[in-house]
Design a binder for this molecule. Structure first.
Ligand code: 13P
Length: 335
């Protein structure tokens, strides 16, 4: 492996260091507006900046959080004392990352399906993000389960885009986090989620190979294998862990250093106890970690409620969830 690839592989391993995981704080402006609306706060640039500073300045966060994913606006913002957010994170030994996809758009000819855009101009954006201090990147593809969905075309188009992104990220010296999210929405069974997730991951690793992406210098951000939100039967943590690991062992090469699960709208305590079950399921070729957005931030937003007097309470809420997820990384989570 060349020097830059060695360095990226090292960064990938640092991101999945034992007891630690990633805080996804890369909500786009429209998504952040939705999150802030849940606490009755209007989404303006100063509000988003203040909220992100609360997250990043949380004392003790680095004990459980290895990296933070930023959004284009956020990587350019500063703390109140003028320290750029990527510098604030680096000073605390937390690795800054950046969301680089341009979001999803309807896939022409395939009603109900989307493809992630953002490849045009990506090379120069990646160079700029590297100069701003990012050391890893994220691109999210979205697959929906439904009658006849996802189509093979949608799976292929998204896998291809993920691979083109991953190759460009490595060229720029950034570790690509590869996120093909199979949504929880729907009434499908856990079997169907397992089947679709298998097909999607097979397509993604076939494309990554074709695009000469070096797997040691990547991370996978997958969904857990779950029954659909509207499915009649619940699944136990142990069943979810067993099915998720079964799918991963079938599809994800051992060269990948880690799987950093997304929370995808699961309740925060469910996401944590399932991560714990995954880590109690026996030795695996990869680290099983987290890259949670909502499952880390939902209690923080509610504790903060847009009031600076609640900063301490908000940071305590983040530290609490980060600590529990850190414990789940070791299979020692106790609710
Ligand atoms: P959730 O954990 O809220 O799914 O967010 C993770 C993420 O970054 C999705 O791209």
């Amino acid at each position: 492996m060349s020097g830059p690839l060695e360095a990226m592989a090292r960064t990938a391993r640092e991101l999945v260091a034992p007891g630690k995981g990633i805080l996804a704080a890369d909500e786009s402006a429209p998504t952040m507006a939705k999150r802030l609306a849940t606490i009755g706060v209007e989404s303006t640039e100063p509000v988003r900046r203040a909220y992100r500073e609360i997250l990043f300045a949380t004392p003790g966060l680095d004990a459980h959080i290895s990296g933070v994913i930023l959004f284009d606006e956020t990587i350019r913002q500063c703390a109140a004392d003028g320290t750029a957010f990527p510098d604030l994170l680096r000073q605390r030994s937390i690795i800054p990352g950046i969301k680089v996809d341009g979001g999803t758009r309807p896939l022409a000819g395939f009603p109900g399906e989307v493809v992630t855009e953002g490849l045009d101009g990506l090379r120069s954006r990646l160079e700029e993000y590297a100069a701003l201090g990012a050391r890893f990147a994220k691109w999210r593809a979205v697959l929906r389960i439904g009658a006849g969905l996802p189509s093979a075309t949608c799976v292929e188009a998204n896998a291809h885009a993920l691979a083109r992104y991953a190759a460009l990220a490595q060229e720029a010296g950034l570790v690509p986090v590869v996120e093909p999210e199979v949504l929880m929405d729907g009434a499908h069974s856990i079997d169907r989620c397992a089947h679709v997730t298998t097909e999607v991951l097979r397509a993604v690793y076939a494309q990554l190979a074709r695009h000469r992406v070096v797997l040691e210098a990547t991370l996978l951000k997958p969904n857990m294998v779950l029954p659909g939100l509207d499915h009649s039967d619940a699944a136990s943590d142990e069943e979810i862990a067993a099915r998720t690991i079964e799918v991963a062992r079938e599809t994800v090469p051992a060269a990948v250093p880690g799987l950093v699960f997304l929370s995808g709208g699961q309740p925060d305590d469910a996401a944590t106890s399932r991560l714990d079950a995954l880590n109690r399921h026996g030795a695996q070729p990869w680290q099983l970690s987290f890259s949670f957005g909502r499952a880390l931030q939902a209690p923080v937003l509610h504790a903060w409620a847009g009031d600076p007097r609640n900063t301490r309470a908000a940071q305590a809420a983040l530290l609490h969830r980060a600590r529990l997820n850190g414990a789940a990384r070791r299979g020692s989570y106790r609710p």
